[in-house]
Design a protein around this ligand. Structure first.
Ligand code: IMP
Length: 199
């Protein structure tokens, strides 16, 4: 079985990909390879940040590796919080504080169009590939539901009248930005078996 690293410490994301990437690959997280540092997300786009993370690991360990970066893009806020989604209300901000800031900024705003976007960077046999997943929707006037995480209580995906936080997690995990990007990555990996491996 070939080995690949997912440059994340998020156990939920790791398990999710392990469950769908059945066959040729064994997926390792950053902890599994003994990388304990934080990789600074200094890019100005999701693509750049995803790239920084996978390149850092590829350069250090010379192994096939992928990473992801996600943002909530709100039309009437000029694309904010976008690449700053995790720290919209400041460094170390909680999900609560970030959601509060979005609701405050959109007070009285009729255009509530938004989208979640996930970009995955894959470094595979020394070549970089990108996979994107996007889902459009609108921002609710207040929080609804208590499932999910992050901006889920205020994001209503197109074609639904409930937020991500109100829907069963199995549905969210089928239609979400991350699910779409991950499916593209998995399709690629299931088609291409790497020449290299972890030594
Ligand atoms: P990350 O790149 O996956 O770490 O995501 C950055 C930030 O986007 C997170 O801290 C969350 O605030 C938000 N986010 C990412 N994915 C989701 C999601 O599926 N639902 C709601 N918020 C999300």
């Amino acid at each position: 079985m070939k080995k690949i690293v997912f440059a994340t410490n998020n156990k939920h994301k790791l398990n999710e990909i392990r469950n769908i990437l059945i066959g040729d690959y064994e997926v390792f997280g950053l902890q599994d390879i003994g990388f304990g540092n934080d990789i600074p997300e200094t890019g100005s786009t999701l693509k750049e940040n995803a790239s920084i993370k996978s390149k850092t690991i590829f350069d250090l360990y010379n192994i096939n590796c992928f990473s992801d970066d996600t943002g909530l893009i709100i039309e009437s806020l000029g694309g904010d919080p976008g690449v700053y989604s995790a720290r919209y209300a400041g460094c170390g901000a909680t999900y609560e504080e970030n959601v509060d800031k979005v609701l405050f900024k959109l007070k009285g705003q009729n255009n509530r169009k938004a989208a979640f976007s996930t970009v995955i960077s894959l470094l595979f046999d020394n070549i970089e590939y990108f996979f994107e997943g996007k889902i459009s929707g609108t921002i609710a006037n207040k929080r609804y539901g208590d499932g999910g995480f992050g901006y889920d209580p205020i994001f209503i995906p197109e074609g639904y009248d409930i937020t991500f936080a109100e829907m069963p997690i199995e549905i969210k995990n089928k239609i979400s930005h991350r699910a779409i990007a991950t499916q593209k990555l998995v399709a690629f990996l299931n088609k291409h078996v790497s020449n290299s491996d972890i030594k």
